[in-house]
Design a protein around this ligand. Sequence first.
Ligand SMILES: [Zn+2]
Ligand SMILES: [Zn+2]
Length: 140
Amino acid sequence: MSETYELSCDCGHVTMTAKGEPKLSLFCHCGSCRQLYNADMLSATGWAHDNVELPDESKLFVHKMDGKDMTRYGCPRCGMTMYGVHKPGIPVIPHALFRKINGGELQDELKPTLHLFYRDRVVDVDDDLEKSQGGEAVGL
Ligand SMILES: [Zn+2]
Ligand SMILES: [Zn+2]
């Protein structure tokens, strides 16, 4: 099974491709993700570098978070976040970009498998997924 996902921002200025299976699909509740993505939690996939074709950096805005080794890349025209790079150093692509190309639904094979840093949450989530209190589940 080798899916190819052709992703793009809202305005179409930035496109990128992900192929095959993500290494991770999860919700992260840590304070850094909440700050970097300006959201109550990060809902995203993580990919091996070999499985993504990222846009040329000259086409993107690059926001490096103060004091942290965390960077968010997005479209300078429409403002949409395309991906981030933080621990464990792999490109992190929000679920929302995959939903956009699938009629608003997240593809079954990309469904999240756990919650990370659940102890740091600002919202409770009532689902059946594993709630990892810290980052141990992915080696953080
Ligand atoms: Zn755009
Ligand atoms: Zn996080």
